[in-house]
Every structure is written in C-alpha cells, then in structure tokens.
Design a binder for this molecule. Structure first.
Ligand code: FPP
Length: 242
C-alpha cells in the first residue's frame, strides 16, 4: 500500500453521532476527542508522516455557549494528555489557526506542547484550532506586507514559495489526501491554498466511528486513483501539470 505522506482530515459528525445515540452533542465531542488520540497511533503505525486535523473553525464560535464551554474543557484536557501521545508516537505537535482568541491557559498549554514535542520527527501532527483558511491567508498577507514595508522582502520577489512561508503551515508539505467524515462534501474554509492538488475522500462514517479500517479504506481508494503528476513528494509542492 502506498501510504500518503500527508493526510488532512475534517472531523465531522460528532453531534449527529451523539444524537443517534440519544446523547448530548458534548458526548459526541468527548468520544470524537478520544478518537483523535487513537488516530495518531494509527497514522504512526501506517507510516503517515504528516496528519492535519480540523478541530475548531473560526465559524464554530457561533455554536451555543454550552457547546463552546464543553469544547474548551475538552481542549484543556486534550492538550495536556497529548504530551503522552506525542512522546509515545515521537510526534511533533503544532497548532495552526489564530490561537490568540483562546483563554491564556489554553494558549500556554499549546506553547508547552509545541515546545515539548518540537524535536520529534516520526509523525508531524497539526491541529487546526480557531482556524479558517481565509483568515490564515489574510494574516499571511498582513505579515508579508509588513516585511515588504520594512524592506525584508522585495515586492518583485514575491513568489508562491515566499507567500507559503507566511502561512501557518509554513514548512509543512501540502496534503496528498483529504478525508471528510459524516457525509458532507465541502471544504468549509479548510486549507484552501494547501489543498490545490489534493485527492478528496468523503465518507458517511461519522468521526467517532472512523477507525483504522476506515482509514485504510480511504488510503486504498487514494491508491486506486490515477495521480498524473506522480504524487506529492515530501518537502516539495507538486508539479502543476493537471
Ligand atoms: C464536528 O462535529 C466537530 C467539531 C466542530 C469539533 C471537533 C472536535 C473534536 C473531534 C474533539 C475535540 C478536539 C480536540 C482538539 C480536543 P459536529 O459537531 O459539527 O457534528 P455535526 O455536524 O454532526 O453536528
């Protein structure tokens, strides 16, 4: 099996999964959170090098106060527990998105986790928190314009590679495979720049039920596709022939 170098996942369906079990939405997030821990072990076992998950979007703040509070509680717990899985998986963890919107203790846990795991190289795990691709692109443009103004970058020298280096995902190769669980078939403002040449895989399986067998199924489907440009090599962006 040819394992994709970078898999990106839109974690969807926690709420519907919980509803189908006559449980509150927050229960779906708790089980979804446990599954997030498991998927890192699966990814590492399969030899996936980069895994990027969409855990909380810039739009998600519009959910009910109760649900947001429940999610923040889960983030707090998860970010601490992730130290152990980062060690066991030799996994570098990075958070993408505008984290300044979170309470200071959450921001501090993110800093601690990123710093703790910064030298691991077996698996690179990116968690998108308060992430929106348009917001990421606007923030990148703001940083780049500052550097143009202060003379660090010459306007005429701005290339795709230069622009990419201002995104939250700087230095991370583009995803080869995007998976979205739970039946919706849209990108919801996720990695719009980075997914330009990525294969998409949509499944009806809700995130809490997405297990190793489902991940292997997605990879097999990816393998059966004709990737005309020959796949994305680590550390490079694909050659744009299609
Ligand atoms: C989508 O399901 C999921 C989310 C908005 C949150 C994802 C959160 C987790 C997997 C758990 C916590 C994550 C971390 C990083 C600790 P949904 O609520 O949109 O489901 P629905 O579409 O069925 O309503």
């Amino acid at each position: 099996m040819n394992v994709p170098n970078h898999v990106a996942i839109i974690l969807d369906g926690n709420g519907r999964w919980a509803k189908s079990k006559k449980m509150p939405r927050t229960y779906g997030h708790v089980v979804g959170c446990d599954n997030l821990e498991k998927i890192c072990y699966m990814a590492r076992d399969l030899g996936i090098k980069y895994l990027t998950v969409y855990a909380f979007s810039t739009e998600n703040w519009k959910r009910s106060r109760d649900e947001i509070d429940g999610l923040m509680k889960l983030f707090r717990r998860y970010l601490k527990r992730c130290i152990k899985s980062s060690r066991e998986n030799e996994m570098r963890v990075r958070v993408i998105g505008d984290t300044t919107a979170f309470d200071e203790d959450i921001q501090e846990s993110i800093r601690v986790l990123e710093d703790y795991s910064k030298d691991y190289d077996k698996l690179h795990f990116q968690i998108a928190l308060n992430y929106g691709s348009r917001n990421e692109i606007v923030r990148a443009i703001q940083k780049l314009s500052k550097d143009v103004k202060n003379g660090k970058v010459m306007e005429a020298k701005i290339t795709e590679e230069v622009f990419e280096s201002y995104l939250d995902t700087a230095g991370i190769p583009d995803p080869d495979l995007l998976i979205r669980t739970s039946g919706e078939q849209r990108l919801s403002n996720y990695l719009l720049w980075q997914l330009a040449y990525t294969e998409f895989y949509f499944t009806d399986v809700p995130w809490p039920d997405f297990n190793k067998m489902e991940l292997v199924k997605a990879i097999e489907q990816y393998n059966s596709r004709d990737r005309r440009y020959g796949g994305v090599k680590e550390g490079t962006s694909c050659s744009k022939q299609d």
